[in-house]
Design a protein around this ligand. Structure first.
Ligand SMILES: [Zn+2]
Ligand SMILES: [Zn+2]
Length: 308
């Protein structure tokens, strides 16, 4: 365990005019798919990374289709502003049935890939439920978005989350970032109120060496000052961990105040790091953190570990 820079040193790096929010790029899922494939070689979970790569490709194709989703009117946006609440709150906004059509479309594309028999069987049943048991899927979506772990089916969760990601990314894509409330609850996405999957220290221009959290649901990135626990906002008990044989641009940021950790990627050391793919591909670091008695602040949406 090693401490890198003091908080004072980091604050002198901070800028006065930091870009607060970066919405997901139009090719966000295909970039993720490519990174998953690149990271799969010799990875302990190689086959799983390849499967999720296929899933991300399917997400990209569905994301590019024309969907007509309910937009927010000016009154709703003004209300969000007034209360400092994310306008597309995942737990508050009523979901349109389009998200289930997105799930069907993702699954149908996935069936073109070569899938292990057990996965194919699981997905056939899921596709069947999108047609015949929509209420089951709505319950599953509620459980996932509310992190109601007891009600989550880990085998289905990544695929249902994949559809919810496409849905929320589409909703948020049309948002004027100036209409996002100036202050929203700490540690949660200002667009949809979900938790970050991981953090990235960016490169280039005004974003040089600035830390952004990536939303686990809508893939928006928002600024969080460095050396602050992204879970409990503590500044004094934050530390950094790496695998001995690991890449130096991939660390776990832990907090002794809340015993949680999240991964942080440094693009100056790991140029192509992607918030979801690199988090998933660095599972050995999660094992190390578990052994050190730290808990993941939240699951990667593509991998649900529910048991202790
Ligand atoms: Zn979000
Ligand atoms: Zn903390």
């Amino acid at each position: 365990m090693q401490r890198i820079l003091t908080r004072g040193e980091i604050e002198t790096l901070d800028r006065t005019s930091i870009v607060r929010l970066i919405l997901a790029a139009p090719n966000t899922f295909s970039v993720r798919a490519q990174r998953l494939r690149d990271l799969s070689t010799d990875n302990p979970i190689e086959d799983y990374l390849l499967l999720i790569g296929e899933l991300a490709d399917a997400q990209q194709q569905v994301f590019e289709q024309d969907w007509f989703l309910p937009a927010l009117d000016d009154t709703q946006l003004a209300q969000a502003q007034a209360h400092g609440m994310p306008p597309f709150s995942a737990s508050g906004v009523k979901r349109d049935a389009a998200w289930r059509a997105m799930l069907s479309a993702i699954l149908e594309r996935l069936f073109n890939a070569s899938l292990p028999d057990a996965v194919r069987k699981n997905l056939s049943k899921l596709l069947d439920d999108t047609k015949n048991s929509p209420e089951l899927l709505e319950q599953a979506a509620d459980a996932l978005l509310n992190q109601d772990l007891e009600k989550i089916d880990a085998a289905r969760a990544p695929f249902i989350m994949a559809a919810l990601q496409v849905y929320w990314s589409q909703l948020v894509a049309g948002l004027d970032s100036k209409k996002i409330p100036a202050h929203t609850p700490f540690g949660l996405c200002p667009c949809c109120g979900s938790q970050p999957v991981s953090c990235t220290v960016l490169l280039g221009g005004p974003k040089e060496q600035i830390r952004y959290a990536t939303c686990s649901l809508c893939s928006s990135q928002w600024h969080i000052v460095r050396v602050v626990c992204t879970h409990c906002e503590d500044t004094k008990q934050v530390a950094y961990h790496t695998l001995e044989a690991g890449k130096v641009g991939i660390k776990a940021e832990s907090c002794d105040a809340c015993q949680q950790y999240r991964k942080i990627f440094y693009l100056d050391k790991e140029q192509f790091a992607e918030a979801f793919a690199d988090d998933l591909a660095s599972l050995p670091l999660d094992i190390l953190m578990g052994e050190a008695q730290f808990y993941r602040a939240n699951n990667n949406p593509y991998l649900w570990q529910l048991a202790e």
